[in-house]
Design a protein around this ligand. Sequence first.
Ligand SMILES: Cc1ncc(COP(=O)(O)O)c(C=O)c1O
Length: 416
Amino acid sequence: MTLTQTTYQDQILASNGFFGPYGGCFVPEVLLPGLSEIADAFEAIKTDETFLAEFRQTLREFSGRPTPLTPLPRLSERLGGAQLFLKNEGLNHTGAHKINHCIGQALLAKRLGKRRIIAETGAGQHGYATAAVCARMGLDCTVYMGRKDYERQRPNVYWMELLGARVVPVEDGTQTLNDAVIAAFKDWVAHPNDTYYLLGSAVGPHPYPAMNTFFQKIVGEEIRRQCLAQAGRLPDVCVACVGGGSNAMGMFFDFLDEESVRLIGVEAGGRGTRSGEHAAKLLQGQAGIFEGYHSYFLQDGDGNIANTHSVSAGLDYCGVSPVLAWLADAGRVEFAVASDAEALEAVQTLARAEGIIPALESAHAFAYAFQLAAELPREAVVAVNASGRGEKDLFITMRHFQEESLIQYAKNLLTI
Ligand SMILES: Cc1ncc(COP(=O)(O)O)c(C=O)c1O
């Protein structure tokens, strides 16, 4: 453990919202009291054993933690390189890592006396987890979702509504996550006193990037224990997909102090490097301020936010965590891309070789990890974060793998 690396963790948790030049809190004045109330509460709970015990208990009893670290022996053998391990966040209740920060923030909202929760969602996993946690804790829940995501992640819309949430499709802009975030902020500006904005990634104004990292760091803490017990050593490489950055920060945080552990974030390469065809903001974006924080964003030549594309709704977002922007500049986290086609292929490869169907978001991490593992020696250990399970993507993957059956199924449904 070196001093420099220790300070990565310390600086993230002790930060006043800035990570190097990134982060901050650039919001309309009406939101400042609400955000500083949340920042003060976050500061207090970080060391409040009563709060942390309730957080851990809810993760255990409601979400089913710890999630397993599953070896992938057949794939490792086939690739002929490193030993692959899969952290199965998809086995969390509601199907993804998102529930970790939802439980943490909902407990915080209750502590602040807020009974009305709003959230944005892309793939629907954050909305689904928010709706479940709100139902469990007796909180009123409204979720904003871009119209395009509302249509392509329909199963999650249904679950959210069944759980009693109001799901509002957002018709503005590109009708994806970015527009849902803006709609949620508009709602908060109109209801600043009674409403808590339960933001779904390690993005946004202070304190969300540090706070969601804090609630997600359980993922890496478990991987450390499990990998030592199962492989007898720490992973040599940790790989996670990057949308806003919450599953990546959850996996990476515990290893920031370990020089020997390579940390790799995989962004959505979509259909290629042309604007509007991908969502690789760290590899292709520029620094700027948007949605209340300073980070890398995909922008056009005039500095306007550019359109994005990814087959996975959860990665189809123009910005990225300011914490990851800082760690990228520092060279502590490396970044790569996987395309739509590579992610779809990785879904099928993992399903057939190991019996696990990952979310399309997570499949980006697997697509890259498969290439990397093949190049590494057999004694190397590569851990990949399966941030979610693939059921929500039924209609997308089915359209890709079995289009005719999907059409037939839809026709049959109408006649039942
Ligand atoms: C399963 C899954 N993985 C990854 C992501 C990307 O978000 P983040 O980068 O915050 O983990 C999402 C977002 O919806 C998701 O549903």
